[in-house]
Ligand binder design. Sequence first.
Ligand code: ADP
Ligand code: ASP
Ligand code: MG
Length: 420
Amino acid sequence: MALIVQKYGGTSVADPERMRNVARHIAASKAEGNQLVIVVSAMGKATDNLMDLARQVSSAPPGRELDMLLTTGERISMSLLCMALQDLGVEAMSFTGSQVGIITDTVHGRAKILEIRGDRVREALRDGKVAVVAGFQGVSTEKEITTLGRGGSDTTAVALAAALKADVCEIYTDVTGVFTADPRLVSQARKLKHLEFDEMLEMAGAGSKVLALRSVEFARNHNVPIHVRSSFTWEQGTWVTSEERKGEKNMEDPIISGVVHDAGDAKITVLGVPDQPGVSAALFEPLANANVNVDMIVQNTSTAGTTDISFTLPKTDVAIAQPIVEKIAKQVGASGVTNDSNIAKISLVGAGMKSSPGIAAKMFRVLADNKVNIEMISTSTIRISVVVAAPMLETAVRALHTAFDLDSGEEYSAPLPERK
Ligand code: ADP
Ligand code: ASP
Ligand code: MG
């Protein structure tokens, strides 16, 4: 008997029929003798629709009320799924994040999980029930309802799996696993059988939506094996585990495990910044205090005692960051601030990069040959990222996928349901 946490994303529970399909799969897993904890996302576009509603009544919805609103999406899913399960004769009980004791910090909209108590889930399991938990939410140390950031149900699932010492965390979604690129963009993308945590961490950090970054951090820190798979075909998907579990390096392991794209960032540039100690600290400290997620930073070499500083950040953070940056720019005597939302970030990720020189050079050559101009570059030991103009995104991703021998030779054939 295994203890399994299964997470179902929005498309997997988008309508009553899909919900009943999911319930049937859970019933079958239960019949195999497993103990099951289910984490659900809001149905289909529910979270986006709630967000739209909030914007229709307020130009700046307060974080507390927005979280109160958004968490209702997952409550609808959890209760409906329990009804569907009980209809199949499976005893099941739904719980909100707060009932499960998912304790977070106080940052509305992107709270971090501090602790999971989990008593009610353990009780339900002891009683032979399936525990169904609302994803994406918790309760803060100040007793307020919080959300964990977009895609946060993955984090709920992996964190619960860690707290309950589950054997595996299964992430059911609308593609059949983790691929060498988003199959929606690259139909020749290849399914990866196995990835190690560090590779998945870099892919998630580079903006691949298939797993939320924090869920991978939890998985690595607590050594929770993740199995990303499809709730449409139910076939074997992709395992994300520690390097040891992955086993000996295979001679045929590709150097590059994937090309990741992210169209969700914008770029802010501070022009004519005096080149002196303390300026970067003056700029980035207040952004950090405002919880703005700064990603790449590039500073030009100084000419005539001034320099330009550019950085990327989520588009959704520009409204918070822009006034802060303008204020600091004035204080430090910079000449101006510009912003550009029409950018895309493209990253190559692969553990094999550590021992293979020349990957960056090849990446830049492929982009040059395809007339893609590089605006920014950043690297880690197993990732190279570039920022390009948004309209070049598809050309660049496909060219890199082909140039690094990732094309599978066949078209992606599982259904690709329309989404948010
Ligand atoms: P869910 O609603 O189930 O959480 P997400 O939208 O968060 O689903 O994640 C699944 C989506 O991730 C897929 O539909 C796919 O378009 C996208 N995706 C991006 N990069 C990849 C990749 N490398 N492999 C698989 N899917 C990817
Ligand atoms: N419903 C939330 C979202 O759309 C959380 C999730 O789906 O993981 O971001
Ligand atoms: Mg998701």
